[in-house]
Design a protein around this ligand. Sequence first.
Ligand SMILES: C[S@@+](CC[C@H](N)C(=O)[O-])C[C@H]1O[C@@H](n2cnc3c(N)ncnc32)[C@H](O)[C@@H]1O
Ligand SMILES: [Zn+2]
Length: 288
Amino acid sequence: MTQVQDYDSSNYDYRNYWKGRSYEHLSEVVFLKELIFPDNSSFLDIGGGYGRLSNLYKNFKFPILLDYSIKNLKNADKNLIRVCADVYNLPFKDSSINHAMSVRLMHHIENPSDALKEVSRVVNNDLILEFANKNHFIAKVKHMFDPNFNSTDLYFQTHKKDSQGWKDSQIFINFKYEYIESILKKSGFIVKKHFSVSNFRNGYAKKFLNTKFLVLLDRTFQPIFKKTLFGPSILVYALKKDITNNKVIENVEDIFCCPKCKGDLKKLSCHNCGVTYKKDSGIYNFKG
Ligand SMILES: C[S@@+](CC[C@H](N)C(=O)[O-])C[C@H]1O[C@@H](n2cnc3c(N)ncnc32)[C@H](O)[C@@H]1O
Ligand SMILES: [Zn+2]
């Protein structure tokens, strides 16, 4: 059984993670801005937490913030379409989402091939995917005498079981670029661009240099950083191989389906398996 990293099972408040990390945030934003252009269609942020990046997509006609944690969704902007669901079982019809993004989710995903296959089922046009880079510069130096480090094997980082109030052990996986590219390809995406992000995620650099200056260095030296996959975090932009005409929708509920059996829903009740889902405090709850 695939384990899901359930942020609702601990008293951890993910918003606290971002205190003192304005450099990492802005380093992501500067590159995401080059990839996101609001239009009259849908944008799905998968594992989007409390919507840290929602300013970038809130002007799409259907800005959908999806996360497994009700707690994170409750902390998000109420104007977003908030959906509680699991990336392995998305509550959307085939090809019903035009643009999608997933940042800092992959490191929690034990079975990335299954997750990306499901993402590909619902996405019609493009996907921005961030992943933790196994072979970043400092890791390469640390593991230079380990002959196996260069393989495409997933790298599981160890975390203390009870750190920050987590009840279960945490999943934290780093991936090799070629591995992500190959599973994207198998699930029907072609990588068109990538960026190396948070290249200066280092206590000394952050302490002595101004955040905006560090972000400017990220941008200026990006050709070198992306070629060498220097940074701890990589953003890829991928297009679906077989893009179809984007379907015009009037109401987001028109694109929902049952996450369990993919049957059609009427008033959030599945015609096929009979399960009824709820909308509580403005959040569509498909967690089950
Ligand atoms: C490290 S946070 C990143 C949040 C956001 N993307 C950001 O960058 O600020 C990871 C998020 O993934 C969500 N998550 C973990 N496993 C998930 C799953 N199987 N399906 C959907 N969301 C999941 C968590 O609830 C959490 O909000
Ligand atoms: Zn069903």
